[in-house]
Design a protein around this ligand. Sequence first.
Ligand code: FAD
Length: 431
Amino acid sequence: MQQQSNFRFTNWAKNETCIAQKYFVPETEAELMDAIANNKTVRFTGTGHSWSAICLNTEALINLDRYNKILHLDKEKLQIKVQPGIKLWQLNEELDKHGLALTNLGSIAKQSLAGAMCTATHGSGIQFQILASQIEEFTLIKANGEKLVLHHERDKELFNLCVVNLGCLGVVSEITLNVVPAFNLHDRTSVMNLEQAINQLHEMVNSIDHFKLWWFPHVDDVVVYRYTRTQEKVNDSRFRQWLMDEILSVSVYRLFIKIGNINRDWRKRINRALVKKFMQPLNRIEKSYKVFNVPEPPLHREVEWAFDISVAKELLREYTQMINASAHRINFIQEIRFTKSDDYALSPCYQRDTIWLGAYNADNFGWKELMNDFEQLAKKYNGRPHWGKEFSCNSEYFEAVYPKLDDFKTLRSQVDPHGKFINEYISKIFF
Ligand SMILES: Cc1cc2nc3c(=O)[nH]c(=O)nc-3n(C[C@H](O)[C@H](O)[C@H](O)COP(=O)(O)OP(=O)(O)OC[C@H]3O[C@@H](n4cnc5c(N)ncnc54)[C@H](O)[C@@H]3O)c2cc1C
């Protein structure tokens, strides 16, 4: 097995880092189990795309990049069984070859499947739950090496308790996913007045399959993403993809960020120019996974919380007014997404249809202050933070917003009595 000593792990956003005494990249189940058995404390990493300190450990860190095989594809049953380290982009490509697809995705596909599952990664669309809802069955190997196979119907109670697990119940070693016949998305993205969008929010949320908003601070318009599921033919042009998705969204945007770093007060005008001058209405049809995923963003900080959809309008008005009136100078989108309620104990969407609000900024300067202001507002609205993003709450807060937290804690202490999978991040949440 590939193994390194004193390995420096740094996450994608470069805001979290640690030196792991032992770093393992197992390829077989025996290697994986050995690495777990022979170390007192262990954490796992997929692609390191979490902003939170979820992966950090100073003893053993197990990377699942090579534990990424496709084990079985059943076209009749519309199911695929895979190892957990497979990346979402690999799954998308493999499924596409067979005329199949995942029914919903987040904004990028670089994550490992298990990383996305364990942190309740989500996309947008009020009829669609977090990505983990596509799981039919998964296998969990506990600290003592025992295997637990959990089926979403047959073992409903335990499955719901364990599926979003922050990597603290053991290693997820196999996952069977339910997939759907490949489909396309009709993308009618356009710009709309912010207040008008808030007024019409529920109509749009309920009538558009995959709806989300991108708001740049200090702009009175908002980008409205409208994706409708279709079997109509793909018609997106390669030239448009190159111009918009590579040149404008990547190179030009990064240049604007650099200009806004010369003088942070210019960011208001830059944001307005980005939305009003560069955002052209879209009317294109493309394969679903290519539309769900956006071009790779530049390095930035993220906090994103989940709220009951009933507070959506109030929350958006208060947040946008607070940011516009504040001294924060933000050079990045604030993202607003929607997901259907579920019954998974640690899902931020637990038993409530959800609006997600994310504060993002490509600047470390002033980030703590922005995060503090965001969190104060988020707590007032009983929000639940994304497990893979930044947050500063403690166990007391989680007790208050997760009705099933105690059940999860009891289970955690049963399956991992010696705290093999506990790091500082896990302690802050549960103790
Ligand atoms: C640019 C970018 C865009 C993003 N877009 C979205 C988005 O659209 N929607 C969204 O919800 N989130 C999004 N995220 C957050 C991201 O989806 C989550 O943080 C996800 O967990 C990252 O997956 P990963 O494979 O990198 O996991 P890592 O960050 O490497 O690991 C996270 C945790 O997963 C657990 N884990 C991983 N593999 C296993 C295993 N086999 N067994 C047990 N535990 C395991 C461990 O606890 C690990 O600590 C984005 C992140 C980035 C950087």
